[in-house]
Design a protein around this ligand. Structure first.
Ligand SMILES: Nc1ncnc2c1ncn2[C@@H]1O[C@H](COP(=O)(O)OP(=O)(O)O)[C@@H](O)[C@H]1O
Ligand SMILES: [Mg+2]
Length: 386
């Protein structure tokens, strides 16, 4: 991202000398989340029952925030909880290291000493040699780590809840790796509850819906929809009030622009807050300044997203963002150069798989652009509206 939050918050602090209550870059603590109570309670119930679940949603839809809040609740209810994030793993050794790090960070009290005592008994990589050969997936190191929840459950007599975040990255390391996970953790029965999170809808679907992965397919899917309009308005308005500000009519514009996208909602709220002085009401002027800052903030990202698209994919996202015509109709061919046929269908499927667009029954094209800021830039002719 081109414009860092550090500089933004520094400016805010200088101008208004209160910290901005809207955070848009890290997983949010439960108290700062909008909605998601139902999803959280469902996840907690599944954990308490020792059942597995899966959470697939586009990037920055609040998966990590939600699963961490659920684990915190499960922990309060007496479960041992472990959160592992696989984002960016490329080797089996990375996978092993992430798991070790998670246990090092999340176990407390007696379990912490237990972890230290068993750590020495776990297989280690040969000195100085990182395991980079992806065919060595059934590595003893990894199997030892995957067996840990069972050992801990036996030790404590309590159920264990494990969250594997960005789980699709595991499949990226090697095709066989999810099978290695499965063969170990399917033996854990209801002693361990696993939550699998992933932000690549296509890879998650391949893992969790394919017959050959029947074990994963049994994990209960938890849908993570866009934030509700009413909840968003109530929460954002209340947070402005707590800081002696009134979000005013700008709030309607904000909710319409963010379209329920959690991170975009917070990004816009952050900038609106930054432009609203204490004791004042946010009006059209504050809103337009906030929107302008948010656009600058996402500009690099939007350009990279565009640059990464193929020619056919570009035509598809432009048509989808326009939102007025059928993807494979005459009008799309005339207005956006869509070539009707299988290449367009395939491009749309790829864009759905990577989370750029989503099926939408209401939309004439059958899809909507997931990121409302990207949609805005696309609709305005690949630039920001004046
Ligand atoms: N329930 C929520 N309410 C408001 N904003 C949210 C919520 N969940 C996520 N966000 C926003 O999205 C950002 C990314 O959240 P995160 O949990 O890291 O998403 P993910 O794991 O899906 O990528 C947060 O910094 C926050 O700004
Ligand atoms: Mg995340």
């Amino acid at each position: 991202m081109g414009h860092g939050s550090v500089a933004d918050s520094a400016t805010d602090a200088m101008l208004w000398s209160v910290p901005n209550p809207f955070r848009y870059d890290d997983p949010l603590p439960e108290a700062e989340q909008i909605g998601r109570e139902r999803e959280r309670d469902r996840l907690v119930d599944l954990c308490l029952d020792g059942r597995n679940s899966r959470l697939t949603a586009p990037r920055r839809f609040g998966k990590t925030s939600l699963v961490r809040a659920a684990l915190a609740k499960a922990h309060d209810a007496g479960l041992t909880v472990v959160y592992v994030n696989f984002l960016g793993v490329v080797t089996v050794q990375d996978v092993v290291d992430r798991i070790d790090r998670a246990y090092g960070e999340h176990l407390d009290g007696a379990l912490r000493s237990f972890w230290k005592s068993i750590q020495a008994t776990l297989s280690a990589a040969p000195a100085g040699v990182g395991i980079s050969v992806t065919s060595r997936t059934a590595d003893p190191q990894l199997l030892d780590r995957l067996a840990l929840p069972r050992r801990i459950g036996t030790k404590t007599g309590a159920r264990v809840a494990v969250a594997f975040d960005e789980f699709q990255e595991v499949a990226r390391v090697a095709d066989a790796l999810p099978g290695v996970f499965r063969s170990e953790i399917e033996q854990h029965g209801d002693a361990v509850a696993y939550t699998f999170c992933g932000s690549h809808p296509g890879m998650m679907r391949d893992l969790f819906a394919a017959r050959r992965h029947a074990f994963f397919a049994q994990a209960t899917p938890i849908p993570l929809p866009p934030l509700g309009v009413a909840e968003t308005i109530t929460t954002v308005a209340a947070r402005f009030r707590e800081h002696d500000r009134d979000a005013g009519e700008a709030l309607d514009a904000l909710v319409a622009t963010a379209a329920g996208h959690p991170q975009r909602t917070m990004l816009l709220a952050h900038h609106l807050f930054a432009h609203t002085a204490a004791g004042s009401v946010a009006g059209p002027e504050q809103w337009s300044a906030a929107l302008h800052d948010a656009e600058r903030h996402v500009d690099d990202e939007v350009h990279s997203a565009w640059d990464a698209l193929s020619d056919v994919e570009r035509r598809v996202v432009v048509t989808v963002a326009d939102g007025t015509v059928a993807l494979q109709g005459q009008a799309a061919a005339a207005a956006f150069g869509i070539v009707r046929g299988s290449s367009t269908t395939a491009a749309a499927q790829r864009l759905v798989a990577d989370g750029s667009i989503e099926p939408d029954d209401q939309a004439p094209s059958g899809y909507r652009v997931v990121d409302p800021m990207l949609g805005r830039w696309l609709r305005a002719g690949r630039r920001w509206p004046a």
